[in-house]
Design a protein around this ligand. Structure first.
Ligand code: DGY
Length: 326
C-alpha cells in the first residue's frame, strides 16, 4: 500500500527485520540509521528532521526536546516495543503527536524468556554450562549443582497484564501455584485460579519465585528494594523481564551474595547495555541481553503491527495499538 504521493518521510532509528523494512520502504520515503547504532536524542533530531513518522525502539529516548524539535512536522512516533517509558507521552499528547506501540504480539515470546530465566536460575544453568564448556566436569555426582525444582513452588507474578498471564499459564503447566500482584484484581476468567494479593509486600512473603513483569515507569523505579527483598522466603528466586530500573541493584546483589536470595534470572538492567559489573561476578545469576521479544516471528509481527497501525491511521481509522491518538 502506498499512503500518498509523494510518500511521507519517515526515519528508522534502528534496523528492523527485512520483511518489515521492505513493507516500510513501500509506504515511506524512508531514511535509515544504517549502522544500527544507538542514537542520542540530539542525533535523532538531526537525522529525523522533516519526518512525519519516527520509528524507534526502547533504546531511544524520545524525550521532550526530541518531540518539540521535530514538531510540527512529526505526526507519529511508532515504537517497536510494548514498553513506552522511553517516550514522553505527555508532551506527545500536548503536541498532537500520535504514539503507537506493539502489545500482545510479543506476550508469548516474553513469557518464554521468563521461563528460560526461571529454569536457569533455579537449575543453575550458568554454572552447568560453564562446567561442561570449561572441561572442569569430572563426572556425575549425587550432590553436584543441586538446584530448586519448580513443581509445587509458589510463583508470584508482579504485573499480571498480557505477558504476566502468559507466564502464569506456563508456570501452571510446570505444576506451580500461581499468585499475583497487580494494581487491579483480574476477572475470574483471566485470573484462572491464581491468588490475588492487593499488597505487594504481602505478595513477596509467599514468593518462592518472584517474577517482575510490571511495565516500566518512573513511579516503580527501585520498588524491589532491600526491605521488600527481605520479605521473600529463604532461598527465593527473582526473575526480571520488565525494566532493570524496578530493582535496586545494591539490594539484589547483597541478597545474592549473602545467600538470602538463591538466584536471579535477569533479562533487563538499569542503564543498558552497561550492566552493573557485580552481576557478572556472581555464579547464581543467569543473565541475558534483553531478549524478551527476540524471535524472528515476534519481531516481524511487532514491526507489521506498527506498519498496519499507521496504515489505519493514515486512512482515518484508529488501530488498537495506539497509545496516544492524534
Ligand atoms: C518491550 O517491548 O518493551 C521490550 O522490552 C523491548 O524493548
Amino acid at each position: 500500500m502506498v499512503l500518498s504521493s509523494p510518500k511521507p518521510r519517515a526515519f528508522l532509528c534502528r534496523r528492523f527485520t527485512e520483511s518489515v523494512e521492505a513493507a516500510l520502504r513501500k509506504r515511506y520515503d524512508l531514511r535509515i540509521n544504517e549502522n544500527d547504532s544507538i542514537l542520542s536524542p540530539d542525533d535523532i533530531v538531526k537525522s529525523a528532521q522533516g519526518s512525519q513518522v519516527l520509528f524507534a525502539s526502547a533504546t531511544e529516548q524520545i524525550n521532550e526536546s526530541v518531540l518539540r524539535q521535530l514538531s510540527p512536522r512529526l505526526r507519529y512516533v511508532a515504537t517497536l516495543s510494548v514498553g513506552y517509558d522511553h517516550i514522553n507521552t505527555a508532551v506527545a499528547q500536548e503536541l498532537g503527536i500520535g504514539v503507537l506501540h506493539t502489545p500482545d504480539v510479543l506476550s508469548d515470546a516474553c513469557s518464554e524468556i521468563a521461563m528460560m530465566l526461571m529454569l536457569n536460575a533455579c537449575r543453575r544453568g550458568y554454572e552447568a554450562d560453564r562446567m561442561v564448556r570449561s572441561g572442569s566436569w569430572t563426572g556425575w555426582s549425587p550432590t553436584q549443582l543441586l538446584g530448586i525444582g519448580l513443581k509445587g513452588k509458589r510463583v508470584v507474578v508482579f504485573g499480571m497484564g498480557r505477558i504476566g498471564q502468559e507466564i502464569a499459564t506456563r508456570a501452571r503447566a510446570f505444576g506451580m501455584e500461581i499468585h499475583y500482584h497487580n494494581r487491579r484484581r483480574l476477572p475470574p476468567e483471566q485470573e484462572a485460579g491464581a491468588s490475588y494479593h492487593a499488597d505487594l509486600d504481602e505478595a513477596m512473603q509467599v514468593a518462592d519465585i518472584f517474577v517482575i513483569a510490571a511495565p516500566g515507569s518512573a513511579q516503580l523505579k527501585g520498588i524491589i528494594n532491600a526491605e521488600r527483598i527481605a520479605r521473600l522466603p529463604a532461598r527465593a528466586v527473582i526473575v526480571n523481564i520488565s525494566r532493570g530500573e524496578l530493582v535496586d541493584d545494591d539490594a539484589l546483589i547483597h541478597a545474592l551474595t549473602g545467600g538470602r536470595v538463591f538466584a536471579a534470572g535477569l533479562d533487563v538492567f538499569a542503564n543498558e547495555p552497561n550492566v552493573d559489573p557485580r552481576y557478572r561476578e556472581l555464579d547464581n545469576v543467569f543473565l541475558s541481553p534483553h531478549l524478551g521479544s527476540a524471535t524472528q516471528e515476534t519481531r516481524d509481527a511487532m514491526g507489521m503491527l506498527l506498519v498496519d497501525g499507521l496504515d489505519a491511521l493514515y486512512q482515518g481509522r484508529t488501530p488498537s495499538n495506539v497509545l496516544i491518538p492524534r
